[in-house]
Every structure is written in C-alpha cells, then in structure tokens.
Design a binder for this molecule. Structure first.
Ligand code: 2AM
Length: 181
C-alpha cells in the first residue's frame, strides 16, 4: 500500500515566503511549521492505495482537462478541528475548482472513492497550532498553476516526506495560447 494524493506545488520563492510567514505566526500559535519544500495545496486525497492502482490514478489524471491559472493566497486562518494554520484564496478560482472537479470525476470513473465533502482549497503552513489572537499580514504571493502532481507521502521520524510520482501539465484552451504563422 502507498499513501497517495494529488496536489499543486507553489514556486520555491512562494513556498519560502509562506514558511517565513508561518515562522512569524508560530509565536502566536506554537506548533510545527511546514518546511518550504513540503508546502502544497491538495486537490484530491486518495490515502492508502494498493501500489498496483498507481497506473489507474495516473490514467485518470491524464484525462483531466483544465487550464493554467493563478492562485491568489489572500487569507489565512486556523481550523480548530484539525489544529492547522492555513493560507488560501478568498474565493476559489473557477479554473482551480474545475480542475479539482474534473480530477474527482475522472478518479471516480476509475473506482477511486474520494470523500464527498466540498473541496476546501487551502495550504497548510503550520500543524498542531493553537487558535491565534492575531496573525501577521500575509506577504504578496505569486502562484501560477501550470501543472499538478500525483504525490506519494511517506511517514518517517522527521514527519511526512513527499515524492512526486508523476506530473500533469495543464494546457491552455485550444487557440488561446497557440500561434501559427
Ligand atoms: P492537510 O494539510 O489539510 O492536513 C498530505 O497528507 C495531504 O493530504 C495534506 O495536504 C493533507 O491535508 C491532505 N489530507 C490528509 N488526510 C486527508 C483527508 N482525509 N482528506 C483530504 N485531505 C487529506
């Protein structure tokens, strides 16, 4: 069995800025900041999956049709139920919602049982966080979404390690980004 999920990864500078911001917020919340290399936004969580199903997950993801877009991160918050501090968009961009929906539909067609709860686009930056009284303002963050990835998560002494199994580029709508002289 392997622990799998689909996610998008931010540019390194954005991930580093989020880690720095979380270090500041940690004075309020305690807990453990997510290191920059591990910062991501989960699109679909498969959980423990038989290794022989990896090919089916890749096949489903290759059928996804979604367009590149930008992901604004304008808001931060704390969830009491899982004690995470997160950053996310004020409103989920339509293209991101469409990407998550298309992926969920293609996975369902291949028999992957995903949770039915609504997609809550968020980036976890701190775990085991107390509710903050006040958070430092988020910096300006650039996140062009041009691909998504199937990722394997392995638990070790240092926490979760993430390894990209396969990447799936998003392609612009036909005609939009093409030029034939
Ligand atoms: P979290 O950051 O909100 O905890 C790898 O574990 C990724 O999968 C994390 O982004 C984590 O979200 C997400 N994840 C873990 N368990 C999940 C679940 N049961 N449903 C949806 N996402 C989950």
């Amino acid at each position: 069995m392997v622990r799998l999920f689909f996610a998008i990864w931010p540019p390194a500078a954005t991930a580093q800025a989020l880690e720095r911001w979380a270090e500041g917020a940690r004075r309020e919340t305690g807990g453990r900041t997510i290191r920059a290399a591990a910062v991501h936004l989960t699109l679909a969580f498969l959980g423990e999956t038989p290794a022989q199903r990896i090919a089916a997950a890749i096949g489903a993801a290759r059928r996804v049709r979604a367009v590149p877009h930008r992901l604004p991160l304008e808001e931060a918050g704390h969830w009491a139920h899982n004690r995470i501090l997160w950053a996310g968009p004020r409103e989920i961009p339509a293209a991101l919602e469409a990407l998550a929906q298309s992926l969920a539909a293609e996975l369902a067609r291949d028999g992957f049982a995903l949770e039915q709860r609504r997609f809550a686009a968020h980036v976890t930056v701190l775990r085991k966080a107390r509710a903050p009284h006040r958070l430092p303002p988020l910096p300006a963050l650039e996140w062009p979404v041009e691909e998504f990835s199937l990722v394997r998560s392995t638990l070790d002494a240092a926490g979760s390690r993430y390894d990209v199994v396969e990447r799936f580029p998003l392609s612009a709508k036909s005609g939009e980004n093409s030029f034939f002289p």
